[in-house]
Ligand binder design. Structure first.
Ligand SMILES: *Cc1c(COP(=O)(O)O)cnc(C)c1O
Length: 404
């Protein structure tokens, strides 16, 4: 089952372009340029070259043996943590950066939560010799201070955003505001499968390299498809990047793991499918965490990269159709996943990815807790866990927690 009508940017009833008039023509220009680039052999060749020689693709698919014993089935890790700059974000940044250069843009802007997307954008800006400005909530600047320094070292200007909850949502607001005023020379390099068309489709396509590689690799190693795919879901780009290539394979179950934070109350988590209702945020129609008046709610997660009140529109559609199941794990459980992967496999994961690890560790005790679809499926014999990023950026957070 493929998503419907990607050319109009709709996934079932979700998606679309809910933007001010001034952004309609730049979005059309972008959609046109993107459509052309996907037919352009030279563009594709250059993207492939950069993926290999700059980003370090293909990333390995690693059979994690000690973790497998713990989980109760074969667990393969798709090692996006080994990408240049430490997360899957570079896949999208390379694609859009190349596109921006092709479109004659001289300046890239981006929002960032955990700082990984900001670092990826600053990196491709340096690579292509483009100016770069990254908007970041002051709350996130504090918890991801190291990434702020990295961006500055790469030549980017990091602009603090002190409004609202001072996190990702507010950074996106600022980036959109900047784009409206500077569309002539500026490309807005959005970091996940969010925002108005063509972003959700374009970002998904740039991230789908994850699933294409994983499918080939697992067929080579196991001679069959996995029973289950697991990935954490912030905006939804690393998960859709893994899932997309397998959507037509009915035997492959998929689970997206949202941030359960520290409680079930609005404001304590970022589990859009548990506490959210449909609505529009940042130019797209999807599930949004909001209060009774429709005001966008504040969110909480121990991981900045999952701390966002909405979710990509394609996920909303995949959830409604039951093709993908969604669940959440708490901050505490994610910390358990973080520690487990570090100790069992010698791999320190990003706190975001640790949510997916934590879900796998809970598989044995409960296959419930899923917010949609058929929870009573058979126990998997082989699964792929998308390790979206490495944990260096989170070491300070963990140290502070330990000292408490
Ligand atoms: C940004 C980020 C995420 C969340 O974003 P998605 O678009 O949902 O993938 C997850 N993991 C890491 C390591 C990140 O940097």
């Amino acid at each position: 089952m493929k998503s419907s009508e990607p050319d109009t940017g709709h996934f079932g009833v979700y998606g679309g372009q809910f933007v001010p008039e001034t952004l309609m023509s730049p979005l059309e220009e972008l959609a046109r340029a993107y459509a052309q680039s996907s037919q352009d052999a030279e563009f594709q060749l250059e993207l492939t070259r950069l993926r290999q020689h700059f980003a370090g693709r293909p990333t390995p698919l690693f059979l994690a043996q000690r973790l497998s014993e713990e989980v109760g089935c074969k667990v393969y890790l798709k090692r996006e943590d080994l990408c240049h700059t430490g997360a899957h974000k570079i896949n999208n940044a390379l694609g859009q950066g190349l596109l921006a250069r092709q479109m004659g843009k001289t300046r890239l802007i981006a929002e960032t939560g955990a700082g990984q997307h900001g670092v990826a954008t600053a990196t491709v800006s340096a690579l292509f010799g483009l100016q770069c400005e990254v908007f970041m909530g002051t709350e996130d600047m504090q918890r991801q201070a190291l990434n702020v320094v990295r961006m500055e070292l790469l030549g980017a200007r990091v602009t603090p955003v002190d409004s609202g909850s001072r996190t990702l949502k507010d950074a996106i607001n600022e980036a959109m505001r900047d784009w409206v005023t500077n569309v002539e020379d500026t490309h807005y390099l959005l970091g996940s499968v969010l925002g108005p068309h063509p972003y959700p489709t374009m970002v998904r396509d740039f991230q789908s390299v994850i699933g294409r590689e994983a499918r080939q690799q697992i067929l080579e190693y196991e001679n069959q498809l996995p029973d289950l795919l697991v990935a954490c879901v912030g905006g939804g780009s690393n998960s859709i990047g893994l899932f997309h290539e397998f959507l037509g394979d009915d035997s492959v179950r998929m689970v997206g793991v949202e941030a359960g934070g520290k409680g079930k109350q609005l404001g304590e988590h970022a589990a859009r499918f548990e506490g959210g209702r449909v609505g529009v945020l940042h130019g797209t129609f999807s599930y949004v965490l909001q209060d009774e008046q429709g005001q966008v709610a504040t969110t909480h997660s121990i991981s900045a990269g999952l701390d966002y009140p909405s979710i990509g529109p394609e996920h909303a559609h995949l959830r409604d159709t039951g093709r993908v199941q969604y669940t959440s794990v708490s901050d505490q459980e994610a910390l358990g996943g973080f520690e487990a992967l570090s100790r069992l496999e010698g791999i320190i994961p990003a706190l975001e990815s640790a949510h997916a690890v934590a879900y796998c560790l809970k598989l044995k005790e409960e296959d419930g807790g899923l917010t949609s679809g058929d929870a009573g499926s058979e126990f998997p014999s082989c699964l792929i866990l998308n390790l979206s990023g490495r944990g260096d950026k989170d070491v300070e957070i963990i140290r502070d927690l330990r000292q408490q």
